[in-house]
Design a protein. Structure first.
Length: 158
């Protein structure tokens, strides 16, 4: 009986693929999952404070607070960015915002207004993409919160 060289190559390929899957699984279980869990706990604790702190803040301060929180967030950046609208919504929900929402209800729709507000804060095109996204998402969250009768916010970041 002769050995075909393809048998050895196939066996080697399966060993390489199997090893890669094993290493990937081990990394996910022992590195990625604990990091994500710790990040989620930290973010949850930060956001829980807004349920009461928001009562003493204006709507614009809620937006500023969310952007500042994002800038100082020391966990996975993608998780921080995803929670910016939640941060704004929880802060806003701490008290009635009817008077503060009136200008947003009367504002004609313009696509660039969030960028203009961010520019006033010093966030320009040269700023990091993530910072720009966090700022525009925060202002958009305020707008959506007001336009839904203080009930909802789009929870994703575009």
């Amino acid at each position: 009986m002769t050995h075909d060289s393809n048998d050895t190559g196939g066996r080697t390929a399966w060993i390489v693929v199997g090893s890669a899957l094993l290493i990937g699984t081990l990394l996910a279980v022992f590195v990625v999952y604990p990091n994500m869990k710790a990040s989620a706990i930290s973010i949850g604790q930060d956001l829980a404070e807004l349920d009461t702190k928001g009562a003493s803040m204006t709507a614009e301060q809620c937006v500023e607070n969310a952007v500042t929180w994002f800038e100082n967030c020391d966990v996975m950046p993608s998780m921080c960015l995803q929670e910016v609208p939640t941060s704004v919504a929880r802060c806003l929900h701490a008290k009635d915002r009817t008077a503060e929402c009136k200008p947003y209800l009367e504002m004609p729709p313009r696509s660039q207004w969030t960028f203009e507000r961010c520019k006033e804060r010093g966030i320009e095109k040269s700023s990091s993409k993530e910072l720009t996204k966090s700022c525009t998402a925060a202002w958009r969250a305020l707008d959506q919160y007001c336009k839904t009768g203080q009930k909802g916010v789009f929870w994703g970041v575009r």
